[in-house]
Design a protein around this ligand. Structure first.
Ligand code: PLP
Length: 218
């Protein structure tokens, strides 16, 4: 496991890609094991779970919120969250901006795009994206885009979805208000190699690092 982790890290760093270790459902001890090997970026999907872990784990962990964030929960994580990956509406951006202002900080966010064939995945389409006016949110910094490909063995399908997201990203960086974007969060355990080939700069990897998740254990 230790050797596999360092192999993964060198694979990623050779490709200028950073790692968010997705620790949802995993224990504080599991997280500490990676922390002790130098990992600082961890991703969580549920606000309650994130709050609990943030309290008991080292303060220099950078917590990424990668799940679907409800507007009424933003205030609970606004003081410390490092990067919010799943921003998919103006309403949510407005609330993040408001809460960030209260804590006198600027919160980094990624806009989540809907790229998968499945209906169930969250995210915006290009029309919704074009309605966002990044300058309106003084306490938010939009750092880039995030997307999840279809859960599928069809490599071409997955590759095309990532390629589509990359294309949106490249188009968007030509818009002055978005010219500082530097993060394209795409790729999970099953598809991160394809995502990197298609230009990912940040992968979110859970089960490959921690083993399968057991949702019944709670
Ligand atoms: C759970 C999750 C991941 C990690 O998934 P694995 O397949 O375990 O690597 C990545 N991104 C999001 C948004 C997730 O919810």
């Amino acid at each position: 496991m230790m050797q596999e982790f360092s192999q993964l890290l060198s694979f990623l760093s050779e490709r200028n890609c950073s790692l968010v270790a997705v620790s949802k459902t995993k224990s504080a001890a599991d997280i500490l094991r990676l922390y002790e090997q130098g990992q600082r970026d961890f991703g969580e999907n549920y606000v309650q779970e994130l709050l609990q872990k943030q309290q008991e784990l080292p303060a220099d962990i950078r917590w990424h919120f990668i799940g679907h964030l409800q507007t009424n929960k933003v205030k609970q994580i606004a003081s410390f969250v490092h990067l919010i990956h799943g921003v998919d509406s103006e309403k949510l951006l407005t609330e993040i901006n408001k809460q960030a202002k209260k804590f006198d900080r600027r919160i980094d966010c990624l806009l989540q795009m809907h790229i998968a064939r499945e209906e169930t995945k969250f995210g915006m389409d290009r029309d919704e994206l074009s309605m966002i006016q990044p300058d309106k949110y003084e306490n938010v910094r939009i750092r880039g885009l995030m997307g999840m490909a279809s859960f599928s063995d069809d490599e071409n399908l997955v590759r095309n979805e990532f390629r589509y997201l990359r294309m949106i990203f490249d188009d968007l960086t030509r818009v002055p208000a978005y010219s500082n974007m530097d993060t394209l969060s795409m790729g999970m355990s099953a598809d991160f190699k394809i995502a990197i080939e298609e230009g990912s700069t940040m992968v979110r990897i859970g089960s490959l690092l921690f083993g399968k998740r057991d949702y019944s254990a709670n």
